[in-house]
Design a protein around this ligand. Structure first.
Ligand SMILES: [Zn+2]
Length: 249
């Protein structure tokens, strides 16, 4: 086991010119205060040491683009810290939305198979998968309520305690309150969707508690004021969990 003897990566390992260039292209970095930026740098340095970014299907990513991906993946860890990087090692990046083949055996032993088209994916174990076209679209229109990188990292944080259920590991009292507030908001959204009513946030959030957490995370990063209006209790938890929103709107 060599890891404990390896030097911890430092923010100083990053090339300052490259950092400035990468940061200039990310709206979330524009108004960031120096203390949070320093924390982000330390996380990104660690990300670069511990994760492999693998572009697939002919996609090419230059060093600045790779750095931006690392920054986006680390933004949700600003408060949670480096423990948020545990449990996975690969970031696979597709040029655009990708098809995955699914199969599942039901209780009767019948095998169901289908194809899904995805822009991102993260399971309890295994890699994080992102569509580069969608990451770029999020960066180009940061106030639309979408941020696929934050969505998938939310799943990874959720999975840290071994179950993806919409509740990341938290101090006990907070976790109880979180579970209660999220469940109430999820149930209300689910009922709205079932009744065919319009919803204030993406109805995909009503699919499952873990998707609710991941979708609300996207709003925290890209449309925090909308989240606060629609789901104030959830927004308050996320502002504590991720820190104050980096964008208005
Ligand atoms: Zn999801």
């Amino acid at each position: 086991m060599l890891w404990p003897f390896r030097r911890r990566p430092q923010a100083a390992d990053l090339d300052p010119a490259q950092w400035r260039q990468a940061a200039a292209g990310l709206p979330w970095l524009r108004g960031i205060d120096p203390a949070r930026e320093a924390r982000l740098q330390a996380l990104v340095a660690e990300f670069q040491q511990r994760k492999t970014i693998t572009p697939v299907q002919g996609l090419q990513l230059n060093p600045v683009q790779r750095l931006r991906l690392a920054m986006l993946c680390c933004l949700p860890l600003l408060e949670f810290g480096r423990e948020g990087l545990h449990g996975w090692s690969q970031l696979l990046v597709y040029p655009a939305a990708f098809r995955v083949h699914r199969s599942r055996m039901d209780a009767q032993g019948v095998l169901h198979e289908w194809d899904d088209e995805l822009i991102g994916e993260a399971w309890t174990q295994g890699p994080v998968v992102l569509s580069w076209a969608d990451v770029r679209a999020d960066i180009a229109a940061p106030g639309e309520g979408y941020c696929v990188a934050a969505h998938e990292i939310a799943h990874k944080l959720d999975a840290l305690d071994g179950v993806m259920d919409g509740t990341p590991p938290l101090p006990r009292a907070w976790q109880r309150q979180w579970a209660e507030d999220f469940q109430r908001a999820f149930d209300a959204l689910h009922a709205q969707v079932e009744a065919g009513h319009a919803t204030a946030i993406d109805p995909y959030a009503a699919e499952a508690p873990e998707e609710f957490f991941a979708v609300c995370t996207e709003y925290h990063f890209s449309a925090p004021a909308r989240l606060r209006r629609a789901l104030p209790a959830v927004a308050a938890h996320l502002e504590r969990f991720y820190g104050p929103p980096l964008l208005g709107g």
